[in-house]
Design a protein around this ligand. Structure first.
Ligand code: DOR
Length: 409
């Protein structure tokens, strides 16, 4: 078959190392089929899913169950993080290095009331001493968040305005914990990846440099922290409530600089859909997170149009560096061609986001009414077209991602 790509750009499919596709357990919000469809429509060809599904992914059996679900339902390639909590250290350490992307605490603090793992240095010390895996950690200080929350309740009662969210989950809360986990990881020479860095000060604590294979500590920024700022709370309210929170405009500008200067190694989405009903109510009732996979790459390309990022920076940090950082295994050749994970993009085909052209199961997006200049026309996963101009090829399935042996020695 000849594909006419005249006037289009061929980009490597984005590899998103932080998504919450909600299956099993929360399939009223999202599931692997629906969100992998939204992902390929957005040019994402591989994803790594977080363990705060239900039951939490804290055993090898539960982890394997997720792979089985994906095998039958995912249009994109996939890997699943093993969850770490204080209760499952031995079980987590059994995780197969070649078959599983890594260990993480992301989201688990919602369920087990132990707080963010980074706030348990004695636990982290044990983990860091023994784990050869890549460990990804959420870095906010529970103590600082609790103190800030108390102050805001005194001021507003339970009806804390969305705009105060940035200050409750403040810069100081992020910085304190990032400092602490950096120290521990350095002491044990661990392979640590800090995800969803939301403040420039944290980013500038990392080493600048583009060779992620030689770095022991890496960092990532998410689309929402690069795109939205506290100035958007009035317009979008809790629709842009995330943990860590969207911070000040100045901070956003500085975070963009940290990306350009290579303190930040990769981009991710932290795609974390909730229903609109779950996003409503007061500060405590409104859930944190929002859908992003379909709009992440086009949002990054908007930064290209604005002269903020080069196309090279975008493809490097959304695909090549992610593969390097996780030591994704080169899959070689198929019998009839390549394992091509690509998308064809028209950089000059403006379109507007409306609910009707969004594919998320939750049925809403914080980008509604946003106009993007670039449009993903076609997406290939493993050499096969899975998405073309609003249509999906649901007869194809993604593959399990595999990683290099002795990845981080
Ligand atoms: O805002 C967030 N929502 N941040 C996280 O780290 C987890 C996520 C979720 O699962 O809803």
């Amino acid at each position: 078959n000849i594909i006419d790509a005249k006037g289009l750009h061929v980009l490597p499919g984005m590899i998103d190392d932080q998504v919450h596709f909600r299956e099993p357990g929360f399939t009223h919000k999202a599931d692997i089929r629906t969100e992998s469809m939204a992902a390929v429509a957005g040019g994402i060809t591989s994803f790594m899913d977080m363990p705060n599904t239900y039951p939490n992914t804290l055993t090898q059996d539960l982890l394997e169950q997720k792979y089985q679900i994906a095998e039958h339902s995912s249009l994109a390639n996939y890997s699943f993080f093993m969850g770490i909590s204080q209760s499952n250290l031995e079980e987590a350490l059994k995780t197969d290095l070649e078959n599983v992307c890594g260990l993480t605490d992301d989201g688990l603090y919602f369920d087990n009331d132990q707080g963010i793992m980074a706030n348990h240095p004695e636990f982290l010390e044990k983990l860091f001493k023994r784990s050869p895996h890549i460990i990804t950690l959420h870095s906010e200080s529970d103590a600082i968040i609790a103190k800030n929350t108390e102050q805001f309740i005194d001021k507003y009662g339970l009806d804390i305005p969305p705009s105060a969210h940035a200050e409750i989950r403040s810069e100081a809360a992020c910085l304190a914990t990032t400092n602490q986990i950096l120290e521990l990881a350095k002491k044990h020479q661990n392979r640590l990846h800090i995800y969803h860095i939301s403040t420039a000060k944290e980013a500038f604590l990392l080493d600048a440099g583009s060779d992620v294979k030689s770095k022991r500590i890496t960092g990532e920024a998410c689309i929402h922290h690069l795109w939205f700022s506290a100035d958007d709370y009035e317009r979008l309210g809790f629709k842009i409530k995330w943990n860590p929170s969207v911070k000040s405009e100045l901070n956003r500008q500085e975070l963009l600089r940290a990306v350009k200067d290579n303190y930040i190694d990769i981009f991710a989405t932290d795609h974390a859909p909730h229903t609109l009903a779950e996003k409503q109510g007061n500060y405590f009732e409104s859930m944190s997170g929002g859908p992003l996979v379909q709009h992440a790459l086009v949002a990054l390309l908007e930064f290209y149009h604005q002269g903020v990022f080069s196309l090279e920076t975008i493809v490097n940090k959304s695909a090549h560096k992610v593969a390097d950082l996780y030591r994704l295994r080169n899959r070689g050749y198929l019998k009839e061609g390549y394992y091509a994970d690509l998308c064809l993009v028209n950089l000059n085909k403006p379109w507007k986001v409306i609910d009707a052209n969004s594919f998320y199961k939750c049925g809403w997006t914080p980008f509604v009414n946003t106009s993007f200049k670039s449009r993903i026309e076609t997406t290939f996963v493993n050499g096969i077209i899975v998405y073309n101009n609003g249509h999906f090829n649901t007869s194809t399935k993604g593959n399990r991602l595999m990683f290099e042996k002795d990845r981080f020695n």
